[in-house]
Design a protein around this ligand. Structure first.
Ligand code: ZN
Length: 299
């Protein structure tokens, strides 16, 4: 909790991008203290794009980063896994423009990070402590970030579909419940929107193996992993987008029918105005009553 962490050894996998459909090799490497999460395009002379708010480019059906015209697409599930596992520093190498979708959840990334192992670093982790409420509404969409001792998020969705309807889910990020309750929740999509999205150049890599496919009445590829898998996936996405603070936050985040655009907008608003948050480190005493993170750091 107090010190930064990276992974112990490089790990890699192959997959395809959800939207591009492009094949991609992903390698995650250990990185030095204070370096954060940095994407590296090995197909473009190792050009680096830091996973921070100022590099956010496009946010519609996924969150993409861009720096000097170099794109890193669909970053949210991997960044979510790093937050869930307490990884502060890593280099993420890609040989194409999009992070692989794998099974549509963060679980394969959690497994890769577990396989790599975690290493505690000497530098104290800097948290972004939220000092006052910040809220954004857009029609019936809402997101708010509030002061709190620890990091937690809650999400509400309401889709007019027999399997979804109103769902609400809340998770605390410091007690290991991310891995148990959030990481396995998959991306979902509506079959009746498939054609329109393909026309927009999206979901070229989508399949029954990497997303929950909803038909008009039910599910094309059962079973669900959780009865409320949909809202849990929104929580997963939100945590991944909030990773673009570049730091872990101490605060409570409440979202209602939000999406990538609102998630990233509130990060940028909070970072723009210094009265919203301050950077702090924590002492042993400050976290004495926190539940232990689920993975012991073997040193
Ligand atoms: Zn997602």
């Amino acid at each position: 909790m107090i010190y930064e962490r990276t992974i112990r050894r490089p790990v890699e996998c192959n997959g395809i991008g959800l939207h591009s459909g492009a094949p991609v090799r992903l390698r995650i490497r250990p990185a030095g203290a204070g370096s954060g999460i940095v994407f590296r395009r090995v197909d473009l002379d190792g050009f680096e794009v830091e996973a921070v708010s100022r590099n956010v480019a496009k946010v519609s059906y996924a969150t993409s980063l861009m720096k000097k015209g170099v794109l890193i697409s669909t970053t949210e599930h991997l960044l979510s896994a790093f937050i869930g596992m307490g990884v502060d520093n890593a280099v993420v190498e890609l040989d194409n423009l999009e992070v692989p979708i794998l099974d549509g959840s963060a679980l394969p990334f959690i497994q890769m990070i577990s396989d790599a192992g975690l290493r505690q670093q000497r530098r104290k982790r800097t948290y972004l402590k939220i000092l006052r409420p910040c809220e954004i509404s857009e029609g019936n969409k809402f997101i708010g970030v509030y002061p709190a001792e620890r990091y937690s998020v809650s999400y509400a969705i309401d889709f007019p579909h027999p399997l979804i309807g109103s769902e609400h889910f809340q998770v605390e990020l410091s007690n290991g419940s991310y891995v148990k309750d959030v990481a396995a929740a998959r991306t979902f999509g509506f079959l009746e929107q498939q054609r329109a999205l393909l026309h927009m150049g999206l979901i070229r890599g989508a399949s029954r193996e990497n997303c929950v496919v909803l038909t008009r009445e039910g599910l094309d590829n059962p079973p669900l992993r959780f009865a409320d898998e949909f809202v849990r996936h929104k929580v997963l996405d939100l945590i991944g987008d909030l990773a673009l603070f570049g730091k872990r936050i101490l605060g409570y985040v409440k979202a209602d029918r939000a999406g990538h655009a609102l998630h990233t907008a509130i990060v940028s608003r909070i970072l723009r105005d210094q009265s919203h948050a301050e950077e702090i480190t924590l002492s042993e005493a400050a976290i004495a009553d926190w539940p232990a993170e689920h993975l012991a750091v073997a040193d």
